[in-house]
Ligand binder design. Structure first.
Ligand SMILES: [Zn+2]
Length: 495
């Protein structure tokens, strides 16, 4: 109850945080790169003419999409990474951002208009100015709350685990020897030495051997509209092992609504209210992709309902933080084929999945660590200018690279970890992803070995304990990176 009244921050400071925050959102949401206008030294334009990529998400996804394309793909990946480095160092010409007027060679940094070279100014450290603006607005709140830094509010306050604890957990993972072995395996699979952008290697993704069109035919027939899914919810729970009575009582408290967006789960705020599963069902019925997302949302609804109705005290309702509800949502989503009466599980696919989770956790932990260290640096240098912050960010990124990535990748001083847009528009949010990966893995591994339905019910009626206490009572040990590391060692033997 006390958490509701921890601080009283003046409204004008909150308004300022939201003002600079929306400025950063706009800055990031308009940071498009006209990939079709990128040229190399031979004058080639390797990307489709009208391709526009939002930094960093689309740049990264395009990089991933080029893995199957051999050397042609590799050249494109190198070009994208060169663009990223120009963004990080702010040597990118300001007028090639969100603008298709010029051709740009990111290697030489030459810009061309109508066939002749033109001179443009570089971006004036705007990226880092955004971070400075956020820092100053958030720091102004410090005097009005017992958690007297934004770092403490984000970690001790929101995540309920201290920043040094999170950092120690991440470093323990990043120092793990198994990463070297997985790096060697990736290099073998690629047939070349690792490149810095292989932090996004996605060749462990287990492609399903079931044709998606067959799945869509099945989901369309099963779920022609939202009402059909609504009435099927108890049966889905029974298939997951829930007793009939519990399956029906949960199903009754969850309503499926048709929605325009991709999907959403809206929990009830008090007993007696419905929890809403919002999902998109086209005229032709639910396709497989929509179904897959709906099962994810269903996981959220089940968590929301158990942790509201079955928790002893109302004030303890819910889960420690969003990572815990996401964990159950993903655990449900992974069982979507089982719910359709199909399975494509093989030991090799399971092993690949484990390596995929490990490798993506490796990437996200590095960027999270950088995010944390940048904020610690800011608190040590509260009057820093954008250009000083830029230098510090690049130095810190290279330091983390040299400590935890160079031993696996074999090259030093790469700044790639500084490309994430979240650092600009969602300060200190990245750690929640990395932390979520650990929690989900630990929980999934435990539930696979136990009576799934029984344990889900027991675990999610614990309520909003602190994260470590919740995990100890859920699986018998605190939040820990070792289950993932150990599973990866086993997976390597399997592959
Ligand atoms: Zn979710």
């Amino acid at each position: 109850m006390g958490d509701v009244f921890t601080s009283r921050i003046p409204a004008h400071l909150k308004q300022e945080v939201s003002r600079v925050g929306s400025n950063s959102d706009v800055y990031i949401s308009q940071y498009n790169i006209y990939a079709g206008n990128l040229v190399d030294e031979a004058g080639n334009r390797p990307f489709p003419e009208h391709m526009v990529l939002l930094s960093h998400w689309n740049l990264r996804d395009e990089l991933k999409a080029n893995y199957p394309l051999g050397n042609v793909g590799l050249q494109k990946q190198k070009m994208i990474y060169q663009v990223m480095k120009r963004i990080i160092s702010q040597s990118i010409p300001n007028d090639v951002i969100n603008n298709g007027e010029f051709l740009w060679n990111p290697y030489t940094n030459q810009v061309f208009a109508n066939g002749s070279e033109v001179t443009l100014d570089s971006e004036p450290d705007t990226r880092y100015q955004q971070i400075v603006n956020n820092f100053r607005a958030l720091r102004a709140m410090d005097a009005y709350t017992p958690l007297d830094t934004y770092i403490k509010r984000k970690f001790e306050g929101e995540m309920e685990i201290s920043q040094p604890e999170v950092e120690a957990l991440f470093v323990e993972f990043l120092e793990s020897e198994v990463l070297k072995e997985v790096g060697t395996l990736i290099s073998e699979r690629l047939g070349r030495p690792l490149e810095p952008f292989d932090i996004w290697y996605d060749g462990f993704k287990a492609r399903s051997n079931i044709n998606e069109e067959h799945l869509t035919a099945q989901t369309r027939k099963l779920y022609p509209d939202a009402a059909a899914l609504d009435s099927d919810l108890p049966d889905l729970l029974i298939k997951l092992g829930f007793p009939a009575e519990k399956a029906h009582s949960l199903g009754e408290k969850i309503t499926v609504d048709p929605a325009r967006g991709s999907g959403h789960a809206w929990g009830a705020a008090m007993k007696g209210q419905q929890s809403h599963l919002r999902t998109r069902v086209p005229e032709s019925g639910m396709d497989y992709k929509g179904y897959n997302i709906a099962i994810h949302e269903f996981g959220h609804n089940v968590e929301q309902t158990l942790s509201l109705y079955d928790v002893d005290y109302y004030m303890l309702n819910g889960v420690p933080n969003t990572a815990f509800t996401e964990a159950l949502a993903f655990i449900f989503q992974k069982r979507d084929l089982q719910l359709l009466g199909r399975s494509d599980k093989s030991p090799e696919q399971e092993a690949l999945k484990t390596l995929d989770v490990l490798w993506s956790t490796y990437e996200i932990m590095g960027v999270s660590l950088l995010d944390m260290r940048v904020w610690k640096w800011l608190y040590e240098h509260p009057d820093a200018t954008a250009s000083e912050l830029k230098d510090a960010t690049v130095t810190l990124a290279k330091e983390i690279w040299n400590n935890y990535y160079a031993p696996v990748y074999g090259m030093k001083d790469e700044p790639v970890l500084a490309i994430y847009s979240h650092m600009v528009s969602y300060p200190l949010y990245l750690s929640a992803y990395a932390y979520g990966n650990i929690i989900e893995f630990q929980l999934e591994q435990y539930l696979t070995e136990q009576d799934f339905a029984e344990e889900v019910q027991r675990i999610f009626r614990q309520g909003r304990l602190t994260p470590n206490q919740w995990m100890m009572e859920a699986v018998g040990s605190p939040i820990d990176v070792h289950p993932m590391i150990e599973a990866a060692k086993e997976a390597l033997k399997q592959i």
